[in-house]
Write a protein that binds this ligand. Structure first.
Ligand SMILES: [Zn+2]
Length: 337
């Protein structure tokens, strides 16, 4: 643990080039025009739910346990390499128990499915300058929890983040069950990922299976993902999701990479024209099946996004940097844009 902590601390400041990309992208003729015209530049945010077996602790199968043990680490390593190659920072929201070995003791299977300081050290030490966020303490479901249970879980998470000198600013709800926002604010969190705002949200509200079918249909068709804007909820900022990079198991294997690429490109095209946010999200487990195809899709997208950012056409932000820069939170940002 001492080795991990020194490793985590060693590279605490973000690399200079990553800060530059996030906060002050290179100027080009296009960006000067958009600044001059008063239209905010489009922003790309990528958030990743880092959970290993904690993500399925309540519905665990032997196959999921096997994949968490065998696939999670190589996939996280490949993802970190990809983000480094294109110098794109992301928000990695971690289940805090991944840094708390006693929490793994009562869980089935290998400890490595539940305890992963090596993965988190790799992310913290990456050149891209990622943000570490929170995906709760032990992946409890806030929609089914009392305020006291939510507070206990978040206080545990905060203690782990503090012990390792990790930020505790951005939050992603387990299973996207948004609830107890007042408790999030109490423990000092500043920003959370709200739910997708596309047409499938209405189906999800009506019936869970209808929502799942609509979600799959949406991913199979070249329907553009919805751009989003930040929303202020008291002291918190909501950065809603635009698009999930879906896994490729079961029926999802019929989601063609070409369609996914077209949707990703449309997501960037839309924010470039409208100055909004494209918020892509996924779990490492979304790469468990058809891994090479999935990684190739992400690499293609990161190259595209990095190229557009280098030309000043978009900005690449983490959830935390976006919340700090939001006009609602920072009036000077409003007058400057
Ligand atoms: Zn999760």
């Amino acid at each position: 643990m001492v080795i991990l902590m020194s490793s985590l601390r060693r590279n605490r400041p973000l690399p200079r080039e990553s800060k530059t990309r996030m906060l002050a992208p290179a100027k080009s003729t296009d960006s000067r025009l958009s600044d001059w015209s008063g239209v905010a530049k489009g922003k790309l945010v990528i958030s990743i739910d880092l959970e290993a077996a904690w993500g399925v602790w309540d519905v665990l199968t032997p196959e999921q346990l096997r994949l968490a043990e065998e696939a999670e680490r190589p996939i996280c390593a490949a993802l970190v390499d990809l983000f480094d190659r294109y110098q794109v920072p992301a928000t990695w929201a971690m289940v805090a128990a991944l840094l708390h070995e006693p929490s793994a003791a009562s869980r089935p299977g290998s400890t490595t499915c539940w305890y992963a300081p090596d993965i988190i050290a790799r992310i913290v030490n990456a050149k891209a300058g990622h943000e570490i966020g929170s995906h709760s303490g032990r992946h409890i479901y806030f929609g089914q929890s009392t305020a006291a249970q939510a507070r206990e879980d978040l206080e545990f998470a905060r203690s782990i983040h503090r012990a390792h000198e990790l930020p505790f600013t951005s939050f992603i709800f387990p299973r996207n069950a948004v609830a107890h926002l007042d408790v999030l604010a109490e423990v000092g969190l500043k920003v959370f990922r709200g739910n997708d705002v596309d047409w499938t949200a209405a189906a999800r509200r009506m019936e869970r299976h209808l929502g799942q079918a609509a979600n799959l249909l949406d991913k199979m068709l070249p329907i553009p993902p919805s751009p989003v804007s930040t929303r202020t909820c008291g002291t918190l900022t909501d950065v809603p999701a635009s698009m999930l990079l879906m896994g490729r198991n079961g029926l999802r294997r019929f989601v063609l990479p070409g369609v996914t690429r077209r949707k990703l490109r449309m997501g960037l095209d839309r924010i470039r024209r409208r100055g909004e946010i494209f918020h892509l999200w996924f779990h490492p487990s979304n790469f468990y099946y058809r891994r090479d195809e999935q990684l190739a899709t992400l690499a293609w997208f990161l190259e595209l996004a990095a190229d557009e950012a280098s030309r000043g056409e978009i900005e690449i932000c983490t959830m935390g940097s976006l919340a700090n820069a939001s006009p609602e939170r920072n009036p000077s940002a409003r007058s400057a844009s």
